[in-house]
Each structure stands twice: as structure tokens, then as C-alpha cells.
Design a binder for this molecule. Structure first.
Ligand code: G3P
Length: 218
């Protein structure tokens, strides 16, 4: 399973890249705003800065909601860097834009997916990734992980090549479930990924190894 970092924070992206297990980055307008990145030129430069830090795919989201606007923005974003994947919302115009951009060889990430039907439409349009939002479903008492399971099964059943990018991943248990269900990618902040390292037997085992070494060599 690939890990994308879900942030526009350069320090966190550098820290994750140094760890050596990050396969890309996802951003959205809210995450860019959180970092105080404003103005088209600054936003475009920020995407290029991120691409220059990480090795893998970097999702950059359009803000237009009409077909013409989305494809114009999408083509501009894709021309910034070979690593850019254009993120498009799963609305009617968005599906058309995904189809068009795919025909031009531009990779897309269909975002704000909350149903298996939305995921199917995005895949049929040729999306490289679909992004089901796990945490936001949990927030309204729906099982977000159930949606991941349904989409993984559906893509396998029909042999669809679109990758399941589990988004709105908030904690380490979400990641564990993504692994169990066979999601292609989980995108989240760095903290839940680091949570995978935690185990009391690792801590106590390491302490004993070092104590035993120090008894003879300390
Ligand atoms: O990748 C989508 C993600 O940024 C949404 O996460 O925590 O705002 O629901 P969240």
C-alpha cells in the first residue's frame, strides 16, 4: 500500500520524505489555505515546491466547477510538473472533465467520493485515483471503512484499473483497516503513519537489549 501525505505543509513533507516511505502528497484548497498560501502564482509555485521535495504523485485540486474551467485549470496544473495529478470533484462537470483530461494523457484524482456509485462513474471516466473520504463518513455515523471495502471489491469485480486512494484518514486504526481491505493508497498526516511504529513489546524489547549490552560493556 502506498502512503501519500495529506498536507501542504513543507516542513511536514520534508520530514516525511526523510523517513523514506512516502509515495506522494495530496492537497486541497483547505490545506493550502491552512498554510496561508494565497494568490494563483503562489499556489502554483507551492505545488512545484512540493513536487521538488517528494518523488511521487502530487494531487493539485481545481477550484472551477464548470467543465471549461476545470479542463483549463487541469491542463495548467498538469503542465507545472510531471508529478502533478489533477484533483477534480465528483460532480457531473467533473466526470466530463476527468474523461477529457484522461484522453489528453493527464492523470486525475476524483475527490469528495462518498458512495460506490460515484466511484464507478469516476473509474468509467478514466480517473487514475478515486478518493473516498473515510473520516468524514465516520463523522456522520456512517462506516467510512465500509465504503473502502465496497469500492475495492467493485473495482476488483469489474477489473477497473482506477486506484482506491483512501482519504480523510485520521488515525492509525484507519490505516490498519486500509491495509486489511487492500486500498491502493492511504493519504493522511504524518502522525497516524508514525503511529504504526508503536508497540510496547518493541519498546520493552529494545530496552532489554540495550540493558543487557550495557551490563557487560557499559
Ligand atoms: O484528502 C482529503 C482530506 O484532506 C480530508 O480530510 O480530515 O478534512 O476530512 P479531513
Amino acid at each position: 500500500m502506498k502512503f501519500f501525505l495529506d498536507t501542504a505543509n513543507i516542513d511536514q513533507i520534508k520530514e516525511a520524505q526523510d523517513l523514506g516511505v512516502i509515495d506522494g502528497v495530496t492537497t486541497n484548497p483547505s490545506l493550502m489555505a491552512k498554510e496561508g498560501i494565497k494568490g494563483t502564482e503562489n499556489i502554483l509555485k507551492h505545488y512545484v515546491d512540493i513536487c521538488n521535495i517528494v518523488d511521487g504523485d502530487v494531487s493539485a485540486e481545481v477550484i472551477s466547477t464548470d467543465f471549461e474551467g476545470m479542463i483549463e485549470e487541469g491542463e495548467k496544473l498538469a503542465s507545472l510538473h510531471a508529478q502533478i495529478v489533477v484533483k477534480i470533484p465528483v460532480i457531473k462537470e467533473g466526470i466530463k472533465a476527468i474523461k477529457y483530461l484522461t484522453s489528453k494523457g493527464i492523470r486525475t484524482n476524483c475527490t469528495l467520493v462518498f458512495t460506490v456509485g460515484q466511484a464507478l462513474l469516476a473509474a468509467k471516466a478514466g480517473a487514475t485515483y478515486v478518493s473516498p473520504f473515510v473520516g468524514r463518513l465516520d463523522d456522520i455515523s456512517h462506516d467510512g471503512m465500509e465504503l473502502i471495502a465496497q469500492i475495492v471489491d467493485m473495482f476488483n469485480y469489474y477489473g477497473l484499473k482506477t486506484q482506491v486512494l483512501a482519504a480523510s484518514i485520521r488515525n492509525t486504526m484507519h490505516i490498519n483497516k486500509c491495509i486489511e481491505l487492500g486500498a491502493d493508497v492511504a493519504t493522511c498526516p504524518l502522525e497516524p503513519i508514525l503511529g504504526l511504529l508503536n508497540h510496547p513489546l518493541t519498546d520493552s524489547g529494545l530496552k532489554k537489549f540495550l540493558d543487557d549490552y550495557n551490563k557487560l560493556n557499559g
